[in-house]
Design a protein around this ligand. Sequence first.
Ligand code: RP5
Length: 167
Amino acid sequence: MSEPFVAIVMGSDSDLPVMEASFDVLRSFGITFEARITSAHRTPEVTKEYVKDAEQRGCGVFIAAAGMAAHLAGAVSAATVRPVVGVPMNASLDGLDALLSTVQMPAGIPVATVAIGKAGAKNAAYLAAQILSVGNPGLGDKLREERAANAQAIAEKDTALQESLKG
Ligand code: RP5
């Protein structure tokens, strides 16, 4: 059986420049993904059909990004029992509208909501990778290796700071 893939949906092409950060992280771990522009409000039937089809084809995690009255992640979660990660987009009100619309889901229909904007787009992909690593030890190893490299980079920056403070 093929590895589970990640399905990314976003409400508008205006979300794409931010969501490309998710693509980059998934590519860095060699995770197969597909991405669609589909809206909870403008194309509700297409959204539901896509989610049901993707689940049937082996989607392991959905990432849903939307701004303003952001109901896309909730609509995706309503249509699947796969994990859904929601990314609030900063399309208005500094993204606070989208954050609250995405995170405040009623019990039983969860959305794992990450930060507003690019940091959230990256973390959505990391979270998807971590979820998929439950059934993929090699992916878990890659995640641990990247964390070790990040820790090393911080340690080197601190060493450089301490050296510069000595004058
Ligand atoms: C949301 O409305 C989209 O996800 C986007 O963040 C926001 C604005 O969409 P556009 O008017 O730019 O298409 O549905």
